[in-house]
Write a protein that binds this ligand. Structure first.
Ligand SMILES: Cc1ncc(C[n+]2csc(CCOP(=O)(O)OP(=O)(O)O)c2C)c(N)n1
Ligand SMILES: [Mg+2]
Length: 280
C-alpha cells in the first residue's frame, strides 16, 4: 500500500505501516498530521528529528513517522528520551504518549524532566482514559465521568496538566484539541524552538471507550463537544484551567507559557566548559 494517493504528508510516513491501528473517529490521525506539519515547517533536518513514545494507542504514533522513532516501555518514554538528548544534544527529541503513560505510570518522570527543564518536547494526547486496555480511569479522568473502572462516575480530582507543567518550571506550555489542527501544528513548532522543557496537552476523543461510556455517539460528536466548550485564553490563570466539561466549565485552550529559563543542556554545557577551562 502507498499513502501517496490519500495522505498529504506521505513523504514523511512509513507506507508499510498503513493502514494504522486507530479506531474510526479517533483523534490520533489528526495529531500525527499536525506533528508532521510542524516537522516539515521546523526546517530541522530529518536526521536530527527523533520521536519517542511509551505504550498505548497514542504510543503507536512514532511507528508511522519515517525517521528515527522509538516505542519504549510503559511510562518510560521521558527517561529514554532524556538519555538520547544528553548523549547527543544536536537531536530534536520529541515524546508523544498518552495521558495514562505520561501521568499515571510515568508521572514521576514527567515531574523531574520538567523540574530540570530538560530540553524535550512532550506531547500528551489526553483522551481521559486508558484507551488501549479498554477504558479504565486514571488521573486525567474528569470528575463524575464514567469509565470501565468507574461505572457510577469518577470521584477523584483531575490533574490540571498545564498548571502542573508550569509550576514545575517548564519553558513552554500549551493546550489544544484535535479540532484545532493548525493551532496545534503551530504550537508544536513553537515547542520545537523552545530551549528547555516544552509541554503540549492535546484533547482527543476515544470513541469506543471514554466516548461510549459518556454517551457520545461517535468520535466526531465527542470532538465537537470539546470544541463547543472551548475558549482560547493565552493569559489564563493556570490554576483555573482544570478540565471539568460535564459541569458547565469551559475548556480553556491556548499558548499559556513561553518563558526563558536556563535549560538542562545549557547549564550542563556551561559547567563542562568551565571545568575544562574552555572560553566561550
Ligand atoms: C508495565 C505495564 N503495565 C501495564 C500495561 C498495560 N497497558 C498498556 S497500554 C496502557 C494504558 C495506556 O493508556 P494511555 O497512556 O492513556 O494511552 P491511550 O491508549 O489512551 O492512548 C496500559 C495500562 C503495560 N503494557 N505495561
Ligand atoms: Mg489515554
Amino acid at each position: 500500500m502507498t499513502t501517496e494517493e490519500f495522505h498529504p504528508k506521505h513523504a514523511l510516513i512509513r507506507d508499510e505501516r498503513f493502514p494504522n491501528v486507530w479506531c474510526p473517529g479517533c483523534g490520533l490521525g489528526i495529531l500525527l498530521q499536525s506533528y508532521l506539519n510542524a516537522v516539515e515547517k521546523s526546517g530541522i533536518p530529518l536526521d536530527q528529528q527523533v520521536l519517542v513514545s511509551g505504550i498505548g494507542c497514542t504510543a503507536r504514533l512514532p511507528g508511522y513517522a519515517k525517521f528515527d522513532s522509538y516505542h519504549t516501555t510503559h511510562g518510560r518514554a521521558i527517561p529514554f528520551a532524556t538519555g538520547m538528548k544528553i548523549a547527543n544534544p544536536e537531536l530534536k527529541v520529541t515524546v508523544v504518549s498518552g495521558d495514562g503513560d505520561l501521568f499515571n505510570i510515568g508521572g514521576n518522570h514527567f515531574i523531574h524532566a520538567a523540574r530540570r527543564n530538560m530540553d524535550l518536547v512532550v506531547i500528551c494526547s489526553n483522551n481521559f482514559n486508558y484507551g488501549m486496555t479498554g477504558g479504565q480511569h486514571g488521573s486525567t479522568t474528569p470528575l463524575t465521568s464514567r469509565s470501565a473502572s468507574t461505572p457510577y462516575g469518577n470521584v477523584e480530582p483531575t490533574f490540571n496538566l498545564p498548571y502542573l507543567a508550569s509550576a514545575l518550571g517548564a519553558s513552554y506550555v500549551s493546550r489544544w484539541t484535535v479540532m484545532h489542527p493548525r493551532q496545534l501544528a503551530k504550537s508544536i513548532r513553537m515547542a520545537m524552538e523552545t530551549k528547555g522543557f516544552a509541554f503540549i496537552e492535546v484533547l482527543s476523543p476515544c470513541p469506543p471507550n471514554f466516548g461510549k461510556f459518556n454517551g457520545f455517539g461517535d468520535g466526531f460528536e465527542e470532538m465537537e463537544f470539546y470544541r463547543s466548550k472551548s475558549t482560547v485564553q493565552n493569559d489564563a490563570r493556570l490554576e483555573d484551567v482544570s478540565i471539568d466539561p460535564f459541569h458547565g466549565k469551559p475548556v480553556v485552550l491556548g499558548d499559556f507559557v513561553n518563558r526563558k529559563r536556563p535549560s538542562y543542556i545549557m547549564l550542563e554545557n556551561e559547567l563542562v566548559r568551565k571545568a575544562m577551562g574552555v572560553k566561550k
